[in-house]
Design a protein around this ligand. Structure first.
Ligand SMILES: Nc1nc2[nH]cnc2c(=O)[nH]1
Ligand SMILES: [Zn+2]
Length: 491
């Protein structure tokens, strides 16, 4: 039997999602997405052709004749390559008016090893929460059997909630981090996987030396590249946990590596008042918390900064000038009482913002629920500021959950909405499926093609709101990544 340090042995025990060759597929139904902030575009009676590599090949709206013959003929007319009718798979989701395709969600900040602690945070705030709940759990990831169980659950659960892309923090352990990447590849989730770096201010049982941190970071990069050389599904992301747990020397090495290899990078910034005071006192040679990352070359358009709640104007300008993106984690920020990030202020200043579950600072693996919390937190800000413009709308938060995430991860040329040339990363939602928690009534049905278009659009906008506020994973019929079906609740 292979040794316990052999990550591949554990990954091999998990069955992959179907990896047979993809067939050209024409999807027909209603497509909704948020190509720009604040606007929801709805495309009823639309055919989307997805080629054998999972790319959106064409999109045609206003298609009234949905007979199989007509859909096949239309597909043959619009597909880039010649197709025999037997080579086209049809998926007709138009029978039910309360069913629609939506882009897959993008979770830009989630700690995979913390998953068993979802919901367990008591009355703690960040620094004591890390000591009491987080470090003890993360330190157990020397056990690859446990890591297999937890990581398989995290990936399956988040996929089941419609998360087609996730940016994961793993732990300091090389083998378990490699295992997380192997499992994401196997289960078909587009992922960024970060080996956590921490060489100071951590408990004796969960700390590494600077040399160990560097060696392990390079090993994980090599492993991920060997598993998915094209980087089309999994990618390594440099992950200094936060300035508090990294020496200046390690931060500087990571920053130079980032610059040299143009790597993605993720860390935490400006989450909690005590944390900020502790870290700025620890690094007196820097102007502020953001300056620590800036001077160490860690900020770029491929950097994701979680939280950013208590930033000064000067810090915000540095983020804007470096193109750094933000992962807003309102569920976590409310749970461990970190504060309310000023998202409208960041957006108005042209900073890319996305959403993160931050499990287990946040208790839910659902980006839909986090989007709901983002909307509510923005209203809490308004109750104090009386500035109505700070409110985030449903379209705003669904944008943050999709296109916002794609921009922050610098993959908006691949995913985020429905457009020719993008990958088909999507979810098929039904508000009327048999175990749905969303109550719809006949008078709310959009009745596409029966009512005047404006009336149908108004009704559909209301349905999207009902989904956002009362929907959950039970409404997800199918999830697609790179054109492949990775979740099928209809089967
Ligand atoms: N929310 C959150 N903040 C952190 N800051 C440093 N580590 C963590 C973590 O695991 N979660
Ligand atoms: Zn976090």
């Amino acid at each position: 039997m292979p040794t316990k340090t052999n990550a591949a042995y554990f990954a091999d025990k998990i069955s992959p999602v179907c990896h047979s060759a993809l067939q050209y597929t024409a999807y027909y139904g209603t497509f909704a997405h948020t190509p720009s902030l604040g606007s929801m575009e709805v495309l009823p009676h639309t055919v989307v052709g997805v080629d054998q590599d999972g790319n959106i090949d064409f999109m045609v709206s206003g298609v009234k004749d949905a007979s199989p013959e007509a859909l096949v003929e239309l597909t043959q007319q619009h597909a880039l390559s010649a197709l025999a009718s037997k080579d086209i798979v049809l998926v007709d989701a138009s029978k039910d008016n309360n069913q629609f395709f939506f882009p897959g969600f993008i979770d830009t900040h989630i700690h995979a090893p913390q998953f068993p602690n979802n919901g367990i945070f008591g009355n703690t705030t960040l620094l004591e929460w890390l000591e009491i709940y987080t470090f003890p759990l993360e330190s157990s990831f020397t056990d690859l059997e446990l890591a297999t169980e937890i990581y398989t659950k995290v990936i399956s659960r988040t996929l089941g909630y419609g998360t087609t892309t996730a940016s994961y923090y793993a732990t300091i352990h090389t083998d378990a981090t490699n295992l997380l990447a192997d499992l994401a590849l196997k289960l078909g989730q587009r992922s960024f996987v970060g080996k956590v770096c921490m060489d100071q201010n951590s408990p004796a049982h969960y700390i590494e030396t600077e040399e160990e941190s560097k060696a392990s970071t390079l090993e994980v990069i090599d492993h991920i590249r060997s598993r998915n050389p094209s980087g089309d599904l999994i990618n390594a992301v440099l992950t200094p946990r936060f300035a508090g747990s990294c020496t200046d020397s390690l931060l500087s090495w990571l920053g130079n590596l980032r610059k040299k290899g143009n790597y993605h990078c993720q860390t935490h910034l400006s989450e909690n008042h005590k944390e900020i005071e502790w870290i700025t006192n620890m690094f007196p040679q820097y102007d502020h918390y953001t300056d620590i990352y800036y001077q160490n070359n860690l900020l770029s358009s491929k950097t994701v900064l979680a939280h950013c709640i208590h930033l000064s104007d000067e810090e915000m300008h540095i983020l804007r000038n470096t193109g750094s993106g933000i992962s807003h984690c309102p569920t976590s920020n409310s749970s461990i009482t970190s504060g309310e990030a000023r998202i409208r202020w960041l957006l108005n200043n042209h900073i890319n913002v996305s959403l993160g579950t931050d499990c287990s600072g946040g208790f839910t693996p659902s980006i839909l629920e986090v989007a709901r919390h983002a909307l509510l937190v923005s209203r809490h800000l308004v109750m104090k500021s009386k500035e109505d413009a700070e409110k985030l709308s449903s379209s705003d938060v669904l944008y943050l959950a999709t296109v916002g995430g794609a921009k922050v991860l610098d993959i908006d040329d691949k995913v985020g909405c429905f457009r020719k040339g993008l990958k088909f990363d999507a979810q098929l939602i039904s508000l009327d499926c048999k175990d749905s928690n969303v109550d719809t009534f006949a008078f709310q049905n959009p009745q596409w093609g029966v009512l005047p278009a404006e009336a149908s659009h108004k009704r559909f906008a209301d349905l999207i709101d009902k989904w956002l506020f009362t929907g959950d994973n039970r409404n997800i019929q199918k999830v697609f990544v790179n054109g492949r079906t990775v979740v099928d609740r209809t089967a």
